[in-house]
Design a protein around this ligand. Structure first.
Ligand code: PEP
Ligand code: MN
Length: 292
């Protein structure tokens, strides 16, 4: 017996409050448009570890052609004994680095009590994979005027992910970008950290007017896989990428968080060059690239 998958485009009608649910809603972050024809590359360290490290990475990220900076101030770590992030100090570092480089930044907020503080500093608020179903947090960020990067929970269905976006939108904040970051499967820490679910990109684009990005760093856990998965993600129709990158001349062994994931600057440059040739306003970035 054959089973048919549902037509998800029907769901687009449910997104009230968007100018035109038939087109992708664009989200502006510090003057950078996510959801337009150009893929947006957000890159930076897993965690902010010092002013100098963050400034060096930001300069490298900018020189490589990326558009926004990422960097964790509050880190969700499996072990409570691992580095938890520099907190408020990291937010101040990111603000200083933005003043120096002009790069807007996205950083994670995990605690509903810290939403106002993080929103005062950041250009975009990240809801991490572990927090995707923290409903009080979703409601709280929904009351801010900052764009939200909503990561997919690593075992969440598309429906659960979209319901989480709706929690944010219902409070009035419709500037939401979805981010696929890999789902947990049998590869876990064998050849990769997670499975990058590129299958989900087109259904997301059918089901919502929201832009969707891909994080190939947490999906793979391995920097050598990030270049190929970045290009694959854009070809699959992702509106952009969220990537962990290394500062030049840094020793990855010295990093306090996700040391194996950060890509060197030349790889980031290859990714941004490939991205520049793509038009992600069409369902598949690759089809557009093939035309040029
Ligand atoms: C991150 O982007 O820093 C992060 C912790 O990612 P995730 O929530 O996807 O694990
Ligand atoms: Mn990380």
């Amino acid at each position: 017996m054959s089973e048919q998958l549902p037509d998800l485009s029907i769901l687009r009608r449910c997104w009230s409050g968007y100018d035109d649910p038939a087109t992708t809603h664009t989200v502006q972050v510090n003057g950078v448009k996510i959801g337009g024809s150009k893929p947006v590359i957000i890159a930076g360290p897993c965690a902010v570890e010092s002013y100098e490290q963050t400034l060096n990475i930001a300069r490298a990220v900018k020189a490589a052609g990326a558009h926004l900076l990422r960097g964790g101030a509050y880190k969700p770590r499996t072990s409570p004994h691992s580095f938890q992030g520099l907190g408020r100090e990291a937010l101040e570092i990111l603000v200083a680095v933005r003043a120096e480089t002009g790069l807007g930044f996205v950083t994670e907020v995990m605690d509903p009590r810290l939403v106002d503080l993080v929103a005062e500093h950041a250009d975009m608020l990240q809801i991490g994979s572990r927090s995707m179903q923290n409903y009080p947090l979703l409601r709280e960020v929904g009351r801010t005027d900052k764009p939200i990067l909503l990561k997919r929970g690593w075992s969440s269905t598309l429906e659960e992910w979209l319901c989480s976006a709706e929690y944010v939108a219902m409070e009035g904040n419709r500037n939401i970008v979805l981010c696929e970051r890999g789902i947990r499967a049998s590869c876990h820490w064998s050849y990769a950290r997670n499975v990058l679910d590129l299958n989900v990109i087109q259904p997301v684009r059918q089901a919502t007017p929201l832009p969707v990005m891909v994080d190939p760093s947490h999906a793979t856990g391995q920097w050598s896989l990030v270049g190929a998965m970045s290009q694959a993600a854009l070809a699959a129709g992702s509106h952009g990428l969220l990537i962990e990158a290394l500062a030049p001349e840094v020793c990855r062994e010295d990093l306090l968080c996700d040391a194996e994931q950060g890509i060197p600057q030349d790889v980031l440059q290859e990714i941004t060059r490939a991205a520049e040739k793509m038009d992600v306003s069409l369902p598949s970035g690759l089809r557009a690239a093939a035309k040029c």
